[in-house]
Write a protein that binds this ligand. Structure first.
Ligand SMILES: Nc1ncnc2c1ncn2[C@@H]1O[C@H](COP(=O)(O)OP(=O)(O)OP(=O)(O)O)[C@@H](O)[C@H]1O
Length: 677
């Protein structure tokens, strides 16, 4: 007999009667494919999933490791990596949505992306200030922060630093709860969580699940993937989506799943928890277990292989009235556009000026507490400056001092700016935090770039000022306050350009080692064409002179530095008694510097290049947001068109006709990812 489970009347009521804003989410025939770059098989990571999530309810997505739980959440949220192709519809409040990022959904991922230099309370407070409406009073915000801390049991560690690579901070479980707190503080209408309880002890896991349930009860829609929940935790979930190899094994209310399994011939033993039982039935990883030298069958108690159990369950689900009604409900969703009148809230409600102030403060706090971000570099800059100062000490104005001054200028413009690459690991961390917060709609790209620049500027001033002070005084460059200030601003702008350039690299290559290599390579090219190792007039005209030397901040910076030092100076000639050499003559004849424009033009050019890099950084971040989805849609269409022409790809999925135990090799065939060639 086939038992059919009714979709509860409460769900139906929820769908029909909605008060205020709420998120009714549905997905239809959701498929994710991993095409092989060659002519090999295409993996189906998700295979035609259909279902819905309703406000006021919390849905658990369960399945063995690798069954596609994260892929499912990512494909709903439009966050899958570029190599995965998706098809199907995602409907939010009856309207088809391409994806649910930039604030439509709050997503708590598994990745550990938080600023480790802040305390738990500070992190939550910044997150609240960034997103709560500007009308929220200080007291309301403080209450909300306290409540959120209490809701996730973070009181004991509220004032502890989170911790990073060199700073031991809060525990992994506390970090996990903090990441949830950062997202739930604004009570988002739609919340996705990827394994929020993994790594937590049973009491904390229960605590977290209970908080999520109470949030859901405030007409919030919550979908969470979960690994091995305890019976207590499992009982807190309203709905269940059970996945195996990217296919639905069960979708519906969580409690009746027991009857579904029993009806299918797999009743849950009394000694086993229901969630354990479901996973055991569909987890093929331990079908065959080696105990000593013996190989035994893990699912012996059910007399079937996992592949057979899974196929039976899938078959039963696909042909059940339950699946039929889900499809009917989705149809209802798609024809009833705008089930709720209010738009669901998106990301931040704070005004951009408030966001800018909060981000500047947060970024400045992070930079000043992270020793590796600027302090270490400032220390190294001072030490290197002392070394340069003593090597070129009181360089003088003899004939040989001409080359010494040139070399010292070359070293400062080249190597001293190159050292800005040392901040790359911190840039990478910051970009990761930006990416996460941006996708969750906390703030915009422009606000982030401006805040990052403003908060780093005081450190760059300290770095350049201390270096120029030491070098200028020890080497005894051209005397005079204006000359000193020029050298300081020249170095400040040059270091700022390298910083901006490194931010561009971090946005394009978000990997520490690869980023450092790319950044170092780029600065190396700038050094080679700056006019010190090869004079500017001698550079090959095509490419190296035009355009490279003209877009090279170091070339402009070095020309300005040379002019600042040498114009107005006189140097001894090569032979004693010869007339003195004027600085202008040295510049044009020996150093290949054009005197057709003043040193201020050179400084202006460095400033323009700095603005250009910041703009480039903005454009890259914007392009990643805007153009990448367009490219991905094109790639998806092309790949699907190509795949649909393959007959084997269109073939329906196989279900074994008889529950015979397969040989190991045939079982492996069934358990391997579903694919077509
Ligand atoms: N971008 C990708 N490129 C290659 N393989 C991918 C990609 N995304 C997902 N996969 C593969 O899809 C399968 C499902 O991955 P997914 O992370 O969704 O599983 P999961 O059920 O969340 O597992 P776990 O519980 O271990 O986190 C895995 O085999 C994974 O390697």
């Amino acid at each position: 007999m086939v038992m059919e489970i009714e979709i509860s009347s409460t769900i139906a009521r929820d769908v029909e009667v909605g008060e205020g804003a709420a998120a009714f989410l549905a997905w239809e025939d959701l498929t994710a494919l991993l095409p092989n770059s060659g002519n090999g098989p295409t993996r189906r990571l998700l295979n035609g999933l259909t279902g819905f999530a309703l406000p006021g309810r919390i849905m658990a997505v369960m399945g063995p490791s690798g069954s596609g739980k994260t892929t499912f959440l990512d494909s709903l949220a439009g966050r899958l990596s570029g190599n995965v192709v998706t098809s199907g519809n995602v409907l939010l409040n009856g309207k088809i949505k391409k994806s649910l990022h930039y604030g439509i959904v709050a997503y708590v991922s598994q990745e550990d992306v938080v600023l480790g230099t802040l305390t738990v309370k500070e992190s939550i407070a910044y997150s609240a200030s960034l997103r709560l409406p500007s009308s929220a009073t200080k007291q309301e915000t403080a209450e909300l922060i306290e409540n959120t801390i209490a809701e996730l049991g973070l009181e004991d560690c509220a004032d502890h630093l989170i911790g990073n690579w060199h700073l031991r901070g809060i525990s992994g479980g506390e970090k996990k709860r903090l990441r949830i707190a950062l997202e739930i503080i604004t009570q988002p209408h739609l919340l996705f969580l990827d394994e929020p309880t993994t790594g937590l002890d049973s009491a904390s896991a229960f605590f977290v699940a209970q908080s999520l349930r109470s949030i859901a009860r405030r007409r919030r829609t919550i979908i969470t993937t979960i690994h091995q929940p305890s019976t207590e935790v499992f009982s807190l979930f309203d709905d269940l989506l059970l996945l195996s190899s990217g296919q639905t094994v069960y979708f519906g209310e969580a409690a009746p799943a027991l009857e579904f399994f029993a009806e299918a011939g797999f009743p849950c033993p009394q000694t086993r928890s229901p969630s354990d039982h479901y996973l055991r039935c569909i987890n093929a990883d331990f079908d065959y277990v080696n105990i000593g030298s013996q190989r035994i069958i893990g699912t012996q108690d059910m007399h079937l292989t996992t592949a057979e159990i899974r196929a039976k369950l899938q078959h039963k689900y696909q042909n059940s009235k339950l699946a039929e009604r889900v499809r009917a409900k989705i149809k209802h969703f798609s024809v009833t556009q705008g089930l709720v009148h209010e738009e669901i809230s998106r990301g931040s409600h704070a005004r951009w000026r408030k966001q800018l102030m909060v981000l500047i403060k947060r970024s400045f706090t992070n930079m000043s507490r992270d020793f590796g971000y600027y302090w270490l570099r400032i220390l190294i800059y001072i030490m290197v400056s002392l070394c340069v100062g003593s090597v070129f000490h009181d360089v003088g104005s003899g004939y040989h001092a001409i080359m010494a001054r040139g070399a010292c200028g070359g070293f400062v413009s080249g190597f001293m700016t190159f050292m800005a690459i040392g901040g790359f690991p911190s840039f990478i961390e910051e970009i990761k935090v930006f990416n996460k917060e941006r996708l969750n709609g906390h703030y915009g790209v422009g606000v982030y770039i401006l805040s990052n620049f403003i908060s780093s500027f005081p450190f760059l001033i300290v770095m350049s000022f201390s270096s120029v002070c030491i070098i200028y005084l020890m080497v005894k460059y051209h005397p005079g306050f204006s000359h000193f200030m020029y050298a300081f601003i020249d170095l400040l702008l040059s270091i700022s350009v390298v910083e901006s350039c490194m931010m561009v690299v971090a946005a394009l290559v978000p990997n520490f080692l690869m980023g450092v290599v790319v950044g170092a390579g780029f600065i190396g090219i700038m050094m080679a064409t700056a006019g010190f190792f090869r004079l500017l007039p001698d550079l090959p005209l095509i490419f190296w002179k035009y355009p490279i030397s003209y877009i090279n901040y170091m070339a402009w910076g070095l020309q300005g530095a040379y002019k600042n030092d040498m114009i107005g100076m006189e140097f001894e000639g090569p032979v004693e008694g010869q007339p003195k050499l004027k600085g202008e003559y040295v510049l044009s004849s020996l150093l290949g510097i054009s005197l057709q424009h003043s040193k201020w033009w050179d400084l202006g050019a460095v400033a323009v290049i700095l603005v250009a890099y910041r703009l480039l950084f903005f454009i890259i971040l914007k392009l990643k947001e805007g153009a990448m989805p367009v490219f991905h849609t094109y790639y998806t269409k092309r790949t699907l068109h190509h795949l649909r022409r393959r007959p084997s790809f269109r073939r329906p999925l196989p279900f074994p006709s008889s529950p015979k135990r397969h040989s190991l090799s045939s079982q492996e065939g069934l358990n391997s990812p579903l694919h077509s060639t």
